[in-house]
Design a protein around this ligand. Structure first.
Ligand code: SF4
Length: 98
């Protein structure tokens, strides 16, 4: 294998995960525009420790009792009374009953 081919394969291996990361970021941002959130909503999110990406997949909004699914990847949070990302989380997470 020549060095150009090795270099190309190395770049390709790096680009695929970055592309996937970029796609998930764009997907999350489509639920709402964080730049235009009212200050009260920003404060409410801060007070409950809202995170755009759940550190623990088992505590995602999608599995929370306060979450109602809407369009793909988005939903409404009863705690915030606002749209959130299904993959987000916060300190008020409550597992959905079975
Ligand atoms: S209360 Fe539940 S649905 Fe609302 S932000 Fe927290 S984890 Fe997500």
């Amino acid at each position: 294998m020549n060095s150009n081919r090795r270099r190309f394969l190395g770049l390709a291996a790096t680009a695929v995960p970055l592309a996937a990361l970029g796609a998930s970021s764009a997907w999350a941002a489509a639920c709402y525009d964080s730049a235009t959130l009212p200050l009260s909503q920003k404060n409410r999110r801060r007070s409950i420790g809202y995170m755009e990406a759940a550190a623990d997949p088992a505590r995602r909004c999608a599995g929370c009792a306060f979450f109602t699914a809407a369009e793909e990847g988005c939903g409404n949070c009863l705690m915030l009374n606002a749209t959130v990302n299904a993959g987000a989380s916060c300190g008020s997470f409550a597992p959905r009953g079975k």
